[in-house]
Design a protein around this ligand. Structure first.
Ligand SMILES: [Zn+2]
Ligand SMILES: [Zn+2]
Length: 81
């Protein structure tokens, strides 16, 4: 079975003053206008490019992601009972 990981589907415009950083915490490249950014839900690394967050989460939090998938499976089972 293929499990996909859906992050929030809405866009929330923030200024770099709101996020208190001018660069991606993962690749350190300066954020540009209308870059897609997000934060990591597993640690407090800070704001990263959306793409950087994907690889960050898959590299650093493989176990957390697995746990989350397992948790989700459990929930689904309960819904059917
Ligand atoms: Zn980045
Ligand atoms: Zn993280």
């Amino acid at each position: 079975m293929v499990t996909v990981l859906w992050r929030e589907c809405w866009l929330k415009p923030l200024s770099i003053y709101d996020i208190e950083t001018e660069s991606c915490k993962s690749c350190k490249i300066t954020l540009e206008d209308q870059d897609f950014v997000t934060s990591c839900e597993f640690c407090d690394i800070g704001i990263m490019h959306d793409n950087c967050a994907n690889s960050h989460i898959l590299n650093k939090h493989k176990d957390d992601v697995k746990k989350k998938i397992e948790l989700h499976k459990d929930k689904r089972l309960h819904d059917y009972q």
